[in-house]
Design a protein around this ligand. Structure first.
Ligand SMILES: *Cc1c(COP(=O)(O)O)cnc(C)c1O
Length: 401
């Protein structure tokens, strides 16, 4: 009997998440390779003209061009969809390609978007600069305050767009409340789940319509490639997302898709261990610094909510040392932890958001979202957490703590 690969949903949807992460979406060629094949091809050939015509007419299965389909990218899309519990997924060139595509494919002039004010810098740029340029009105709200979402709704509101936990302030959105509110008003929720990944949080279980990813972060997990993904219902992907994507081309390259496929095999292990390390490190520095924002610690205002809607709170947290000069002194004293603005990596990395990821925003917008001059963000990696503690201990002392 032929072994099942990962392409039959009637079988793969019954698998538990760890099995889906290793085998979901696997499609084997006639060579029977164990590891997923990398199809570096832009085009496809056909046996006869009628086959081509049938494929282009949508009457026959098969590939036609890698902006439309690619076997390696297709494997990644199926695996991400399974792990997310989504009907469908389309991979994108980067996280920002995913966010831009997820928003623009469904919006038009005259529509209104409500977005979280605490967000990744480029996500805020979409809301503050790109959408208004095309006649799409936007309102930003304090995403942790449920009533602000209620109050921002207008008759023409089409989309709610937010991250939880948010980059870099770690604001937590009440998924059940906000997704429920959107549903009651016919509004589509687009959740950027990059900080958590499906291993730690499944927004669709709380009613989210669309989940969008930077796969550059935890999914790759080893800081190698840029990639993104958008998940939704089959109908939404086919009828709303695909017409936009097929004609604008924000597609994920097959090589990048292949790297992320291999990353997904270890996603859960990494996300859980990095979350544990992040809580241990947060506890270690909490008594030493003026302020810490870590959803895994009881001092976080939304700690209980985070514990309810997340399996673990992830590798990233932020803390405030009071001023830019102290923040820089601390960063410059690090020996092990790299000074780097990436996250989700197996290496511990730290950055100063106000001068890096959020430098492109106005000072008022930074102040409003809580990106202060003394704020530092850390991605806690897979090193022995005792070594990371020793490094931070030395750096805190160097900065006067
Ligand atoms: C990094 C990040 C993005 C952008 O992803 P890229 O892959 O760098 O384009 C979007 N949202 C969040 C929350 C991120 O952390």
């Amino acid at each position: 009997m032929k072994k099942t690969t990962g392409t039959d949903r009637t079988i793969t949807s019954r698998w538990r998440p760890a099995t889906q992460a290793v085998r979901g979406g696997t499609w084997r060629s006639e060579h029977g390779e164990t590891s997923e094949a990398l199809f570096l091809t832009s085009g496809y050939t056909y046996d006869d003209a009628q086959t081509v015509a049938d494929r282009f007419a949508g009457n026959a299965q098969g590939m036609t061009y890698s902006r439309l389909q690619n076997p390696t990218v297709g494997m990644l899309e199926e695996r991400i969809a399974l792990m997310e519990g989504a009907e469908a997924c389309r991979a994108q060139a980067s996280g920002m390609a995913a966010m831009t595509t997820a928003l623009l494919c469904q919006l038009q002039a005259g529509d209104h978007v409500v977005a979280a004010r605490a967000a990744f810098g480029s996500c805020r740029w979409l809301v503050d600069n790109l959408l208004p340029k095309f006649g799409i009105a936007t309102t930003v709200v304090d995403s942790a305050v449920n009533e602000q979402w209620d109050a921002a709704i207008r008759p023409e509101t089409k989309v709610f767009f937010f991250e939880t936990p948010a980059n870099p302030t770690l604001d937590v959105v009440d998924l059940e409340y906000v997704c429920g509110l959107a549903k009651a008003h016919g509004i589509t929720t687009v959740v950027d789940n990059a900080f958590a990944s499906s291993a730690l949080q499944k927004p669709m279980d709380f009613g989210a319509d669309v989940v969008a990813y930077s796969a550059t972060k935890l999914m790759d997990g080893q800081g190698r490639v840029l990639a993104g993904a958008v998940c939704g219902s089959q109908e939404w992907i086919d009828e709303v997302l695909l017409p936009f994507q097929r004609n604008t081309g924000p597609n994920c390259a097959p090589f990048n898709a292949w790297v992320v496929l291999k990353g997904l095999e270890t996603l859960e292990l990494r996300a859980m261990r990095q979350s544990e390390n992040a809580v241990a490190l947060g506890r270690f520095i909490e008594p030493r610094v003026p302020e810490i924002r870590h959803p895994g610690l009881p001092s976080h205002p939304s700690h209980a909510l985070a514990m309810k809607q997340m399996r673990a709170t992830g590798p990233i947290f932020a803390f405030d040392v009071g001023s830019r000069s102290k923040a820089f002194a601390l960063l410059d004293a690090l020996e092990l932890i790299d000074l780097s603005n990436n996250i989700g990596d197996a290496r511990s990395l730290m950055c100063h958001p106000a001068s890096t990821t959020h430098a492109g925003m106005s000072e008022e917008a930074r102040a409003e979202m809580g990106v202060t001059e003394g704020l530092l963000r850390i991605n806690v990696g897979l090193e022995d957490v005792e070594d990371v503690k020793e490094d931070l201990d030395r750096a805190l002392k160097a900065a006067g703590f």
